[in-house]
Design a protein. Sequence first.
Lengths: 323, 323
Amino acid sequence: MADDFLQKIAELQKRLDGQLKNYPFPQQPEYLYDPLRYVLAGSAKRLRPVLLTLTGQAFGVDEDDLQHAALAVELLHNFTLVHDDIMDDDLLRHGQPTVQKKWDNATAILAGDGLFVEAQRAITRVRNNAQRVYTVFNDGALAVCVGQAYDKEYEENQTITLNDYLHMTEKKTGAMLSLCMEIPALLANQEEAVCSQLRKFGYDIGKGFQIQDDILEIFSDADKMGKSLGSDVIAEKQTALSLMARKMAPEQLSELWQRSGEQPIDEKLAAMRTFFEDTGVYAETIAMAEEYFNNAVEDLAVIPDPCREVLVAFINFVKSRNY
Amino acid sequence: MADDFLQKIAELQKRLDGQLKNYPFPQQPEYLYDPLRYVLAGSAKRLRPVLLTLTGQAFGVDEDDLQHAALAVELLHNFTLVHDDIMDDDLLRHGQPTVQKKWDNATAILAGDGLFVEAQRAITRVRNNAQRVYTVFNDGALAVCVGQAYDKEYEENQTITLNDYLHMTEKKTGAMLSLCMEIPALLANQEEAVCSQLRKFGYDIGKGFQIQDDILEIFSDADKMGKSLGSDVIAEKQTALSLMARKMAPEQLSELWQRSGEQPIDEKLAAMRTFFEDTGVYAETIAMAEEYFNNAVEDLAVIPDPCREVLVAFINFVKSRNY
């Protein structure tokens, strides 16, 4: 049974990935559209449009509306990635050089803008409950910008707590996943109580996902991950692991930073892994992610049976990723 | 009578400027909202929301809808300015340092994104004919990105013609001015024939405006202009003047580029002024702008009397600017 669900998810991933890789952009101007085609050609998991589609199917949403909304959230997500990669000076994304690395900053800025406009154009093709859908979509887009702003503010602030980080994550990662739940609910004219619970699902799975992402950044395999590893921690950005360490073992953490300051990146990464494991920070952080994923399962109570099960399978699918 | 119109335009400018300078952004996060407040505090002429409001009043559009749409186009316009200034490495805008100059690139990228999201949030507050309005708004936003892409493509292409330039201008400058006409028409449920003529007005006044902008870049006074002068021509970007010169006096233009290559910027600017005047390029370019402004007056035939007159006054107001 679980295999059936995984197969359904895999089929959806494949279909959505195909649609995004063949998105009907014009040929000209190449300065705009070549980078857009390039971004969508990367090897991405399409988790957001898969989630949105599964939820929409549970509520019996019109297929065309669902399709437009699914593409809109993935385009919106890719807009944020392209601009965040410039802002964070990241060089690798979805297994290929970032847009500003392959071209330059100007090209990448416009590529992000283009993806954002195309996301808007996709969502405005939705017909049912349209005004509410557009409003929620853009409130979500704003939350992502707010989250990114906090992330940047926090970079140079060594007094940030785990709670601050979770609040930031709710905006930066959770808001987009909330969109994947609330928009299909709105397309099915669900009432506010349902929408509100589904937003909570987005925040919960978003926190689980982001905490897990921070862990994978340190403990995964760079080739699989398709982006540079350890860059956040090495830039001393706030991550779930470093903030948990600041809470559980602050002195040892300071020592580690000092000791590893001049080390080559591989040694630094290895030293951090050992430190996080030995201090129990790794186990505690894993447990925190697990708790958010469990909350997300409970939030699914508002999804009608039997469709709930495939969403539970989706959570397990996300949880079990190792890149 | 003309004075009455000018007073009405000045009052509208003042009201809209006040609303934009006091836009109800939250305080936090400052990383996002401080630059947004800063951008809107610059000394801008608010031509686009003024035009949109005058047109909406001519069609008797609901005041709230008109207000949301007016703010939306100015926010959209400012989004494009902030990102274009990064892409073009411009240091001065609306009489103050650009966002990336005052802060940095990352801050400016996010500020542009924030302005774009706020533009979307403003336009989704419109009630009448909403879906059509959002669609047209985002088609316009896409055209601006397409225009910017052509502008960047053309930078390093010395085979561009005046026609290519006019096509690019239609997208980069005209599309946003078309929005200012078509959106109020849609808010008043006008039919496609009217909308189409109003879009043409946008393209015509856009071309007149952009050609004039290129002229002012060389022949105006830097303090008044509130942005760096001559930067486009000195970077050998395509402008109406340089393309007219390539058509009318190609050999003398090449000579000028070679001769002025190493000159200080002031001397270079003076040499260009003399060249454009002596070859008749200046007069011919002025005449071309004039023709587009005249076309724009004719396009106004679809605006009901007596409101048409204030829009004619608006064109004259734009034409007579000297910065």
